[in-house]
Design a protein around this ligand. Sequence first.
Ligand SMILES: Nc1ncnc2c1ncn2[C@@H]1O[C@H](COP(=O)(O)OP(=O)(O)O)[C@@H](O)[C@H]1O
Ligand code: SF4
Ligand SMILES: [Mg+2]
Length: 366
Amino acid sequence: MTAHILRARGLTRRFVAHKPLFGAPSVVQAVNGVDLDIVEGETFAIVGESGCGKSTLARLLSHLIEASEGTVVYDGRDISALTGAELRDLRREMQFIFQDPFSSLNPRMTVGALIGEPLRIHRIGTAPERRAKVAELLGKVGLRPEHADRYPHEFSGGQRQRIGIARALATAPRVVIGDEPVSALDVSIQAQVVNILEDLKDEFGLTLIVIAHDLAVIRHIADRVAVMYLGEIVELGDAAEVFAAPRHPYTEALLSAIPIPATGARKVQTKIEGDPPNPISPPPGCRFHTRCPYVQDVCRTDRPRLADIGGGRQAACHFARDLSLDGIRTDDRPRPAAVADRFARYSAARAGMTANAQHQARQTEE
Ligand SMILES: Nc1ncnc2c1ncn2[C@@H]1O[C@H](COP(=O)(O)OP(=O)(O)O)[C@@H](O)[C@H]1O
Ligand code: SF4
Ligand SMILES: [Mg+2]
């Protein structure tokens, strides 16, 4: 049986976007009825244009914000019911890497203090153990131990994001969520950071959830991908298969915007006109119908639901089985080979941290 580390059902989050003096407030459905099963050890990508609800979904999955409706089950437990020690465990086991390495790192703290902070907060290890852990983590992300004494402004964007990664890994998390982790970086640096993330994911046996607004970033690392549009998942499946043969017109449009590196040429771009509609008043019928090149009358009135279309693929389009859509070929990258090995290393790492935590607890008692 596949182990699902995270399961979401009917996950919905509304925000009040505008509260007028008189009349009803306008409400944004940032995330609307999302069902999701994340497999332990996979790299799961969430993609879609800015404003489609990716960050809100990530914050819901990690219980940084409350859901308006729906549930999230983490490792068999409903996260909305967690309190005290269990909630602290969740915070320790699920870590974030944010988009902007410039604003997410406190400029007044040294790099060592920044990376060691989660260890202090969660009372993991003694001070010397924490220093050793910081030095080890710096090495893992390709920085040097002496960098611990410097400040974030002394580093480039790519290096700062490495610091963000080291910080996220400090507590030996099980799940790392990268919310547009390379969007703020130069294209030349993006691949380096993505590669580090992928290597460390294997080494630590992490489940990685990567959010991106375009598909290019996740092309080489995602096992599965969910495509979001206006707060909903419109397509979900094995990443290589979704890339090769998308089943939703919106996915095709996103794919058509990816430059083909070999030739530098772009495919003929599938036209999606204009900006996404206002999420306060999404269109009736198919939410994508105002921009879809394949729109039919039925699309303007009948809402297509996300449905299984075989092969583990889901799509929310009336014509998902009929349309012949253009994909792109991805390299046949070998799948993370030794999942068992990955978990063994991961367990060892966690056991080590736990031993440190016990040691610390004993010291505090004495
Ligand atoms: N705290 C908030 N208050 C009001 N609206 C919000 C809030 N957070 C997000 N939104 C709205 O919810 C929608 C989804 O936002 P977000 O999850 O940040 O999208 P993405 O990460 O895909 O860019 C947007 O319309 C955004 O304006
Ligand atoms: S349901 Fe219709 S409008 Fe929506 S994506 Fe499919 S073809 Fe396009
Ligand atoms: Mg976002």
